[in-house]
Design a protein around this ligand. Structure first.
Ligand code: XIL
Length: 414
């Protein structure tokens, strides 16, 4: 093959995978516990194309900008996490979920928190089966920026350090959201210009701190109501609807490489909310606002989740815009505690399987994250006030039918 052929091939591969191809090699070659030498294959072949983003048709708005607040950059040397050598990577064991995912350059992840990482069983499961972790709360505003002049990155840093020690990618969550904000924000009285500076400095400081370490950032989280109208958030009230585009612009200024995602719930299939999200991101692209994709949270129930067909239709129309579609926070509520209603766990496995299968099939979906590792640590019981078992592993860390369904899909599908 000549150099020209090689260059052409590379360009085609990168066009196919868009930005996803930028960081994949680092992650996939970095995993220190890889013992299987496996050829990296592409995702499920598909006749679909995944076009580049369109050229903007309107002038890009000029937003005010800012400098980040003074804060040290993340220092990986300050942590001493040792790589975990997972059971499933010991000789003779069946390949883990992450190993199978890595064969197709796919990310499987769960959300987590630093306080769980000291539990060896938990850490082994996390790093053994997943090649991505999401910051469940550790990077939210109330944690990283509790006072106007004070940043505290200790929790997020621990997650990033653990991920680095174990060759995992990190999903940053979330820069702009209307919940889990500190009092100084929710009770703050500032002019519009000051609010713009506050938001800009927060985004720039946090994104700069982690620059180069975050695979994708949820830049704006949950900005819509279910009827497709903008949610009445602090940011809408204080700045106006352009806070969304501004946030993406500032995030891009702070890290030119990380993927910038708009993340939403109940907007996975085709409904008023997902239509509103689609129109938002389409409008952003038309104006040249930097955005790389949409996060489909997938907090669903056993009954009536969006069908695979609907999910694929939504993912496809985003692909046609040149955007990624990630599954970012999946859990499937059973509304029963006992880990064990066999029939429910079978239905639950099927719900996970359908979503996973849509993601494997869509050319623009290469991230699948569940919102928690084991049922013991799910946020759902606290949120609903009812016992539940919504995740891939039970309270003891044993794989549930849902986890086996994902493994099975990766083993079987091409
Ligand atoms: C949840 C966390 O899991 C809980 O621990 C916390 O108390 C509240 O937030 N959508 C999101 C996530 O984008 O940030 C939320 O996470 C779950 C719903």
């Amino acid at each position: 093959m000549t150099a020209i052929h090689r260059a052409f091939l590379l360009v085609m591969l990168c066009l196919w995978g868009l930005s996803a191809c930028r960081r994949a090699p680092e992650i996939f070659s970095a995993h220190p516990t890889d013992t299987l030498t496996l050829t990296v294959r592409s995702k499920t072949p598909s006749s679909e194309t995944f076009p580049a983003k369109p050229t903007p048709v309107y002038p890009t708005p000029k937003f005010p900008t800012c400098q980040p607040d003074p804060a040290p950059a993340f220092n990986p040397g300050a942590y001493s996490f040792m790589p975990i050598r997972p059971v499933s990577n010991r000789e003779g064991d069946a390949p883990s979920l992450r190993q199978l995912a890595e064969l197709r350059r796919f990310y499987v992840g769960v959300s987590t928190a630093p306080q769980f990482l000291d539990d060896p069983g938990y850490a082994e499961l996390l790093a053994g089966q997943f090649n991505m972790l999401a910051a469940e709360n550790a990077m939210k505003w109330e944690v990283v920026h509790p006072k106007p002049e004070r940043y505290d990155f200790s929790q997020g840093d621990a997650l990033v350090a653990f991920a680095r020690a174990n060759g995992m990618a990190v999903y940053g969550h979330a820069l702009v959201w209307d919940l889990q904000q500190p009092d100084w924000l929710t009770r703050g009285e500032y002019s519009r210009e000051e609010w713009i500076q506050i938001l800009c400095r927060h985004i720039k400081t946090v994104v700069s701190h982690y620059r180069g370490y975050i695979y994708a950032w949820d830049v704006v989280n949950e900005a819509f109501q279910n009827n497709g109208a903008l949610r009445d958030t602090l940011w809408l009230r204080k700045i106006g609807p352009e806070y969304i585009a501004m946030a993406f612009q500032w995030a891009r200024e702070a890290d030119p490489q990380t993927l910038l995602i708009y993340n939403e719930f109940f907007a996975e299939g085709l409904n008023q909310k997902s239509q509103a999200v689609y129109s938002l991101v389409q409008g952003m692209l038309q104006q040249g606002i930097p955005i790389d994709g949409v996060g489909l949270q997938m907090h669903v129930w056993l009954w009536g989740p969006p069908t695979r067909h609907e999910l694929l239709a939504n993912m496809r129309r985003l692909a046609e815009l040149g955007l990624l579609a990630h599954i970012t926070e999946m859990d499937v509520r059973t509304q029963y505690s006992r880990d064990s209603q066999a029939e429910e766990l079978t239905v639950q496995a099927e719900v996970y399987r359908q979503a996973f299968s849509a993601c494997l099939e869509a050319p623009n979906c290469n991230v699948f994250v569940a919102w928690g590792l084991t049922d013991r640590y799910s946020w759902i019981p606290e949120h609903t006030g009812q016992p539940d078992a919504p995740l891939l592993f039970d309270r003891q860390g044993k794989p549930k039918p849902a986890f086996n369904a994902l493994l099975d899909m990766l083993r079987r599908s091409p």
